[in-house]
Design a protein around this ligand. Structure first.
Ligand code: NDP
Length: 390
């Protein structure tokens, strides 16, 4: 059997190397992406042989042919959110399980939401196919932390604050830790959180607060809208409020403001010397590839969830979090921690499916499954976590 991974960027590099190191679970590994040379580089760094090919994953028919050609038993989508639906279509047509790490967004509109993918529920159920959405860190591990807190620590969770701190330094004046186009679209859109049954929208980056990150210290976090909020409000019972916070350095924010002010983050096309170009895509071409940042990256990430709620009639507050060191990731798989914290959970999600620990037909978010086997594997495969009472 073959595990098919699509996307040879930062996360694809990590996931491929983790999967090929466990042939007893993943069988053969095939890596396909838009630029063959990126697959070749990863192939040359793998310990076990893998096969590779070039693919345009916007083309459903091409993905169907590739799935059949390599006899894939699972497709791990680590291309971009734009490709989610074409790859889901191909998985439906071939009846092969599907997994991704980011929800669909259309290229011409900076809007991400689960509706497009949740709309596939009936078709996946009737074809008997499984789709696991958002198996990265956030979304992904954060959803599993919520399911774990719900199962083991609370009768009712009332508030969740998902907190994401990258306290590392890559040495560039401005670079994004995952795909620049997707990252900049995410942080420049309006913020949003959910309270007492209602979504509340705010201007981009207009709410911030100091957050005490364990093993890091106090850092300023900005309230952003993040996709896991959408599924968690559906699946965590008794929830009254959920928010997502991310830290940014002052240099990042200054660069972003300038780029926005001069129009470089626009996603509509403009004429330049007789050609149509999209400024954000042009900017992406100028910025460092996220997969290239690892070598000189120092410091660590701290990502986790702070829960408040009730257990046995008593108020309770806990935090579940992971610390990941950039240099450790580079030494293991030539990656920085943001690629690592995305690629490892993608591997574990696929492992849950292939080992029949997470089963069923339909479209699933991570918190809908038993968190225990996934949490065990996080400890085994490089992303250990801690629970603290606070
Ligand atoms: P990269 O930009 O490093 O990698 C994306 C890869 O997908 C590139 O190799 C790119 O090819 C390839 N690709 C793009 N379009 C196509 C296409 N049409 N057909 C085939 N391949 C294509 O991004 P990352 O690795 O940083 O991110 C990968 C995914 O992970 C993204 O969806 C991102 O949003 C998600 N993510 C999720 C996180 C989480 O915690 N849940 C955190 C970080 C990222 P090329 O090299 O030619 O450009």
């Amino acid at each position: 059997m073959t595990t098919l991974i699509i996307g040879a960027g930062g996360a694809g590099n990590v996931c491929t190397k983790k999967c090929e190191s466990m042939p007893e679970v993943f069988g053969k590994v095939h890596l396909a992406s838009r630029t063959l040379s990126k697959c070749e580089k990863i192939q040359s760094e793998c310990e076990n042989p893998i096969t590779i090919s070039q693919i345009d994953a916007d083309d459903t028919q091409a993905v169907i042919e590739l799935i059949n050609q390599v006899d894939a038993k699972i497709v791990i989508n680590l291309a971009l959110p734009y490709q989610d639906l074409t790859i889901m279509e191909a998985c439906l047509a071939t009846k092969v399980p599907y997994l991704d790490t980011a929800n669909y967004e259309p290229k011409d509109e900076a809007k991400f939401c689960y509706k497009w993918q949740w709309d596939y529920q009936d078709r996946f159920v009737s074809e008997g196919v499984q789709a696991l959405l958002g198996s990265g860190f956030d979304p992904g591990v954060t959803n599993v932390f919520c399911a774990y807190a719900q199962k083991h620590y609370f009768d009712e969770i009332h508030t969740i604050d998902i907190v994401d701190c990258n306290d590392g330094d890559h040495g560039h004046p401005f670079a994004t830790n995952f795909n620049p186009e997707i990252n900049i679209r995410e942080v420049t859109q309006k913020g949003k959180y959910w309270e007492e049954g209602e979504w509340k929208e705010i201007e981009p980056m207009s709410i911030s607060q100091d957050i005490d990150f364990p093993e890091v210290g106090i850092r300023k976090g900005y309230l952003l809208y993040h996709e896991e909020l959408e599924s968690l409000v559906e699946n965590i019972k008794g929830l009254k409020k959920i928010r997502f916070w991310m830290t940014f350095s002052d240099a990042y924010i200054t660069h972003l403001n300038v780029l926005q002010n001069v129009g470089m983050t626009r996603i509509d096309s403009v004429k330049f010397q007789g050609q149509d170009i999209v400024p954000l895509q042009f900017l992406k071409a100028l910025l460092p590839e996220p997969s290239s940042l690892g070598e000189n990256y120092e410091g660590k990430t701290c990502i986790g969830c702070i829960f408040r709620g009730v257990k046995d009639g008593q108020k309770k507050k806990i935090m579940i979090y992971n610390i990941c060191q950039h240099q450790d990731c580079y030494n293991e798989v030539e990656a920085q921690a943001v690629s690592y914290t995305t690629g490892v959970p993608a591997m574990i999600g696929a492992k849950m499916i292939l080992e029949n620990k997470w089963t069923g037909s339909g479209v699933f978010n991570m918190e809908q499954y038993d968190p225990d086997p996934f949490m065990e594997d996080l400890n085994k495969y490089g992303l250990p976590w801690k629970v603290i009472e606070c």
